[in-house]
Design a protein around this ligand. Structure first.
Ligand code: ADP
Ligand code: MG
Length: 212
């Protein structure tokens, strides 16, 4: 079983849909420990991604689609999240290379490349209350699922579940990176908005691979 460029396109379409649907919720999370713009930033960025998908060539590779998406996010999302997600997806595009079919191992490599790109750009470690706290358990769960012989769809479902748990687990943490780090202990009890948007993005990835 493998996934192709259609999966990446469906992933991005589903992401745009759920980010629009959760715009207010992400905004509310960011109002509690940041400046309130995360929902707006993500919705605007993925609306631009959606528009860009209209002009993508029919023979584009998964890596080609990811590269275009990454460039759009870097240029349209203001704030911290755009360059972070953009760099992550650009590294994922490199990881996919010119492959047309992504098997389980390639899916794990792709997710790991996103996480590593985000870490390269933002220098956050696990436990610092950022999106890295959703990506890292997601990559670990994806890798374990792949070793257990799961299909690409099963790997993505494991990643999505772990990302959601990881986002929830940011609630008791003190933030050490980004705007929320200015709050010190006052950030305790609030979920990190970027970890929550990561959980939504990975759920979208799994939903787009529903039959794989
Ligand atoms: P801004 O903080 O500039 O308003 P957003 O609100 O769009 O940008 O994004 C905030 C999210 O970005 C945070 O919830 C956090 O998950 C993530 N973030 C901020 N700084 C970093 C970093 N250095 N590394 C990883 N993620 C970060
Ligand atoms: Mg913000």
């Amino acid at each position: 079983m493998s996934l192709d460029a259609t999966w990446v396109v469906d992933w991005m379409r589903e992401s745009a849909r759920v980010l629009a649907e959760n715009r207010a919720e992400l905004g509310a999370l960011d109002r509690e420990i940041g400046d309130g713009d995360h929902g707006e930033n993500m919705d605007r960025g993925f609306a631009a991604v959606l528009a860009g998908l209209e002009t993508i060539s029919a023979d584009a590779s998964p890596g080609g689609v990811l590269q275009k998406v990454a460039m759009t996010l870097i240029s349209t999302i203001g704030g911290a999240a755009g360059p972070l997600y953009g760099t992550g997806l650009l590294k994922a595009s490199d990881a996919a290379g010119t492959e047309t079919q992504l098997d389980g191992a390639s899916i794990v490599a792709l997710l790991r490349a996103v996480r590593d790109g985000i870490v390269l750009r933002g220098k956050a470690e696990v436990g610092e209350k950022t999106m890295v706290d959703a990506w890292t358990p997601a990559v670990d769960a994806a890798s374990a699922a792949e070793s257990a012989g799961e299909s690409p769809g099963g790997i993505l479902r494991a990643a999505a579940e772990a990302a959601s748990a990881g986002a929830e687990a940011t609630e008791p943490l003190i933030a050490r990176k980004g705007r929320a780090s200015y709050l010190g202990e006052r950030a305790i009890g609030h979920r990190d908005p970027g970890a929550q948007s990561t959980a939504l993005l990975l759920q979208a990835a799994a939903d787009a691979a529903r039959n794989a």
